[in-house]
Design a protein around this ligand. Structure first.
Ligand SMILES: *[C@@H]1O[C@H](CO)[C@@H](O)[C@H](O)[C@H]1NC(C)=O
Length: 271
C-alpha cells in the first residue's frame, strides 16, 4: 500500500514536471496560443494549450517546426527596422540556452535567421515570470506577410528544441532580399545532431555549429505580387552535420527510449 502510494506520487510528480518544464512565445502570439489577448485560432483549428511543449525530445522530433501550419487570419504588423518586444511565458527555463529568431516569407519553406543569442537566452528566468527579449526586424526587410519563428535549445535537462511561430506582416521596402543564415535545428533530428547539456560556463555548448550555419539569401518580389517569395537559387540546403556525433546521438536516443520503457513497465508492474 505504502509502496503503491509512493509510486503514485512519483508518477504524479513526473507528470507535473513534464507539464511545467516548458517555455513559450506569448508575444507576438504563438499560433493558437491560449495566452490572454491572443486571437481565436483560424477556422477548423483549436486552441493549443501546449504551446510551451518542446518539438523534440532526446533528438527525436515529435512536432513540426512552428507546431501548426495554418496561419492566423489576422497578422501583427511591424515596420522594417522595428524592435519587437517579444515575450516568453516561463514554466521552467532549464538554465536558459541558445535562441534563434527567423523569418520566412514563403509559408515556412525557407528561413533566414535575424537574431541569435548563444547561452544566455532565458538564463536565470524563474517559473511564472514573463521574459521580454527585443528582436529587431532587419531595416532592409521587404514588405510582405511573414512567419516569425522562435527557436530555443535548452541548456539543462532532456535535450530539446522549442519552436513557436507568429504570423506577422512586415512593412518595409517594396521587394528585396534578406541575407543571413539558415536556422540550426540542434536536438531536433538526426540531420542536426544533439548539443549535450552545458550547465557550466566551461562546458562545450555547440556554439561552433551556430558559427557554421549555412548562409542564405531570401528574396521577396516587389509590387503587385503580394508576399510571394523565391528562395535564392544559389542557396541549396546542406545542413551541418558531424557523422560521429550523429551516431552518438542515435545511441543516446535509443538508450533514453529503452530506459523509459523499462521505467514505465516497472511502474505498471508495481501498480
Ligand atoms: C530534420 O528536420 C528537417 C526540418 O524539418 C528536415 O529538413 C530534415 O529532412 C530532417 N532530417 C531527418 C533525418 O529526418
Amino acid at each position: 500500500m505504502l509502496r503503491k502510494s509512493i509510486l503514485l506520487i512519483a508518477v504524479l510528480q513526473l507528470a507535473a514536471l513534464i507539464a511545467h518544464a516548458h517555455v513559450d512565445l506569448t508575444k507576438p502570439c504563438a499560433r493558437y496560443s491560449s495566452a490572454p489577448g491572443c486571437p481565436p485560432p483560424p477556422a477548423g483549428q483549436s486552441i493549443d494549450y501546449n504551446t510551451n511543449a518542446p518539438i523534440s525530445s532526446g533528438g527525436i522530433n515529435t512536432q513540426p517546426l512552428c507546431k501548426h501550419s495554418v496561419p492566423y487570419e489576422k497578422r501583427t504588423v511591424y515596420k522594417a527596422g522595428e524592435s519587437i518586444s517579444t515575450e516568453y511565458g516561463i514554466g521552467s527555463a532549464h538554465g536558459g540556452g541558445h535562441c534563434q529568431w527567423a523569418l520566412s516569407y514563403d509559408h515556412e519553406k525557407t528561413w533566414v535567421v535575424i537574431q541569435t543569442e548563444i547561452r544566455t537566452c532565458l538564463q536565470g528566468a524563474v517559473t511564472g515570470q514573463i521574459v521580454k527579449i527585443p528582436v529587431t526586424i532587419p531595416p532592409d526587410a521587404p514588405s510582405g506577410d511573414a512567419t516569425f519563428m522562435w527557436l530555443w535549445v535548452n541548456s539543462i535537462g532532456i535535450r530539446e528544441l522549442y519552436s513557436n511561430c507568429a504570423d506577422i506582416r512586415v512593412e518595409g521596402r517594396d521587394g528585396g532580399s534578406i541575407n543571413g543564415f539558415e536556422p540550426l535545428l540542434a536536438n531536433y533530428n538526426a540531420t542536426y545532431g544533439i548539443i549535450p547539456e552545458f550547465p557550466n560556463p566551461t562546458d562545450p555548448d555547440g556554439h561552433e555549429l551556430f558559427d557554421a550555419r549555412k548562409p542564405i539569401t531570401i528574396t521577396v518580389k516587389g509590387s503587385g505580387t503580394g508576399a510571394a517569395s523565391t528562395p535564392d537559387p544559389s542557396s541549396s540546403s546542406k545542413p551541418n552535420k558531424n557523422v560521429a556525433s550523429g551516431r552518438r546521438d542515435h545511441l543516446q536516443s535509443s538508450m533514453l527510449f529503452i530506459s523509459t520503457a523499462i521505467m514505465l513497465s516497472l511502474v505498471s508492474l508495481c501498480l
